[in-house]
Design a protein around this ligand. Structure first.
Ligand code: GDP
Length: 196
């Protein structure tokens, strides 16, 4: 269980992130995937991460301090339909620099909407993470939105695609921010990660 979650700082440049003096875990995914809801569910703080950010907003790297022990990082989402080329390039530079240089980063949760068939943009991002040795884990969101059979089917389709690309299945969680599903499993996984 998380006892304390505090906002620390928002940045547009990885160089300005807090001193890397403790373990760090980041969350990323397409806009509207349910990232803010998942972060709020995990921390038990209702409005810690702001839900449904609009595409026009500045894209920030948000640091939160958890239990005085580790940093939780809310990264700006990708895949806004109406974002300019210039903004996309800026996002890519910021995210790739952050993910490849942050020394204390021990895990990146990449969120995938469990309602959808495998999406090219997600697979491309995960492929890039693999190439760059970014330590990622896949988190399927919104599992309560459809039947368990449908969720299982979509999860399997996505994992099979990943196995095709990587030759292996990734670690993954199936979650619902609405129902709290996957919370304990993710928190246990996180506590093992930060203890390493
Ligand atoms: P973000 O843009 O990735 O931060 O996504 P949000 O957390 O703002 O969620 C986008 C929308 O999906 C909101 O309307 C949420 O209420 C909804 N949502 C997020 N997670 C879940 C979930 O687990 N179940 C259901 N039913 N809705 C969810």
């Amino acid at each position: 269980m998380i006892r304390k979650a505090q906002f620390v700082v928002s940045n547009t440049t990885p160089e300005k992130c807090p001193k890397p003096d403790r373990a760090e875990i980041a969350f990323i995914g397409r806009s509207n995937v349910g990232k803010s809801s998942l972060i709020n569910m995990l921390t038990g703080v209702k409005e810690l991460a702001k839900t449904s950010q609009k595409p026009g907003k500045t894209q920030l790297i948000n640091h939160f301090m958890i239990d005085d022990r580790w940093f939780l990082v809310d990264l700006p989402g990708y895949g806004f339909a109406k974002v300019s080329k210039d903004k996309k390039v800026k996002w890519e530079k910021m995210i790739s620099t952050y993910l490849t240089t942050r020394q204390n980063l021990c895990g990146v949760f990449v969120l995938i909407d469990s309602r959808l068939e495998p999406q090219k943009i997600d697979l491309e991002f995960l492929n890039w993470c693999g190439e760059e040795n970014v330590p990622f884990v896949v988190v399927f969101t919104k599992a309560d939105k459809q039947s368990k059979t449908q969720t299982d089917k979509n999860v399997k389709a996505f994992l099979d695609k990943m196995a095709e690309i990587f030759g292996d299945y990734p670690d993954y969680f199936v979650t619902s921010a609405e129902k709290g599903a996957g919370k304990e499993e993710m928190l246990t996984f996180i506590s093992d990660l930060i203890a390493e």
